[in-house]
Design a protein around this ligand. Sequence first.
Ligand code: ADP
Ligand code: MG
Length: 699
Amino acid sequence: MIFPNTPLRDASKITPKYAKTLEKLGLNTVQDFLLYLPFRYDDFSQIISLSDKYLGSVITVCAVVTKTKLNRIFRRKLTIAEIYLEDENQTPLKAVWFNQPFIIESLPVGTEVRLSGKLETKGKYFTLANPAWEKATREKTNTGQLVPIYSETPGITSKWIRWQMKNFLEKCSSLDDFIPDYLRKKLHLYSLISALRQIHFPENQEKLLIAQKTFAFREIFLMQLKTLQIRDVWEAQSSIRLKLDEKLIKKFTKNLPFELTGAQQKASLEILNDLEKVSPMNRLLNGDVGAGKTVVAAISALDALSQNCQVAILVPTEVLALQHFESFCKLFKNYDFNIALLTSSYKLINNCHDDIKKITREQMLEKITTKKIDLIIGTHAIIQKDVNFKNLALVIIDEQHRFGVAQRSVLQQATMELKDGKKKSIPHLLTMTATPIPRTLAIAFFGSLDLSILDEMPKNRKPIKTKIVLPEQRDQVYVFMRKEIDAGRQVFVILPFVEESKVLTEVKAATKEHKKLSLIFPKYSLGLLHGRLKSTEKETVMQDFKDKKSQILVSTSVVEVGIDIPNATIMLIENSDRFGLSQLHQFRGRVGRGEYQSYCFLFTDSCTKTALERMRAMEKSNDGFELSEIDLKLRGPGQLLGKAQSGLSDIAMENLNNLKLIKIAKAEAENILKTDLKLKNHPLIKKALEKFAKDAHLE
Ligand code: ADP
Ligand code: MG
């Protein structure tokens, strides 16, 4: 018998080495491990005969080995095992595996084998690259059914996880289930243990769906509880009333190098009106990339700053924090505000007349507390417990979607709990996002919330020309790039995030591409930006690009967030089909910010119908709201809301467009909180909620 709270390192069959790797994944107990859910399934339940109609899909085929061949490429330290096979109709198939030479010995000519993988073609052969396989005589475990695939990490494979999971599920004693019986019955959900059994080893598609719905409900229910709890507390608070000084705002906007769009004016007014009230503002400013959210934020900040209050601006990355610091110093250069940048690696102040100065964290904290600083810009370093504000009236959270939907409520709570000398009031909250979220979803999801929308682009924008580029057209694009660079422009090259193995591959891919392009464009200087660089290194690379010291910036997806380089006119995206449309649209928004005609090139070698359909949508539309609708239809809401940063599991994300489920979760949560706001009579829910909030926190 194993208990759910048994530490993994004490479980039999788990060696200390494995336990350590699991700990790195945040898995400490048996229960944690059981809740490590598959992120997808290979549907091996149908064995097919090879045919064109399956191209591009994941299939299982039964075939006999006819020839084997092992190639070694010494230069690249690579072995390629090639196995030639024939299915029941003698249709030829070639399967290849990289760096698994032993497969040749395991699969001699004449062996009958089941293979599962994505079917492609090369020449006269159907091909499978690195397929899952097993001999046809074996019982179907790794193929021939719904096989769970877990997010892997070096040293731990899905196969190993499946084996351990089976063992634990058989031996584990009962598990506490925080979902009350009446709710489970009402919604036809599984108990936790049954849900776990079906999610890891589904008997069939139907039971899997119920299990997924069960897990989705659990999370969405917790999230609703958290959101509602926070809402209730939020609404009972008061904030500093900021009297609108029209003259001051007019003077500020008159001195801007451009005229505000109608949408910017309307949104600014909505915010300024909110700030006049004693009840705390909770408003989301939603506007496409480049719609000009920053200046709306500046107007709101000015209102508070000029009334002797502090303002904090919170952003998801250091690069963006630095950029905002620079923009706000510029925007407020005629005012007497002290502006600071606080992230884990920067502590800078600018007191408008002096140059920018570096100070220590202690000095920074001291200056914030004594109000020698008026405007604090930073990453979540500014909402740490040791930061004590003085008269903080407004918190602005930019690019909120990057923090994730589940973190929204956590951020709201953190905002409420910020320490302030006076502490009689909480700050007003303005969040900004470039991800268009349908209104119904936003309201259902975020509890009570006011929305302002920037649906009008600044007038001087030329629409960006977007084009899909097939492999054979690559050189043409490079010729065009050269022409643009010689005319003084700059180019972004973006490489996608490779999901299975996270950072390392991404860094490798970017480094390789940087090398390759340096050879193709020897005359130019090329910058390289990726997640493994230190912040100071990142900053140098960005600054060099801004200063036009480099002409091409090769980057992983880290530059997605709001960087402003008006001189860049080309956005080139490799393997663009791997990105969601909203994300591609965000990348594209990095160009077209200046006076020049800009271009976006979407490189792809995927010719599947949906991939092309999605890329065509990019060619046709420059409208983020429209694209997100299309993405929602083609790829589901997970992509739309930014899966990786959402703080929710994939399963919950996939159920997010199930508006009915969200509404039920909300109604049931409200029902419980009505009589038991602190959850004193629901200890299991309380415990689960605490863990949920902790997991969703900003790390
Ligand atoms: P985002 O909404 O993506 O945060 P920004 O606030 O960074 O957009 O604005 C993008 C660019 O557009 C900035 O260079 C900004 O100065 C400029 N801009 C903002 N509003 C206007 C406007 N009304 N007319 C012209 N340019 C504008
Ligand atoms: Mg922005």
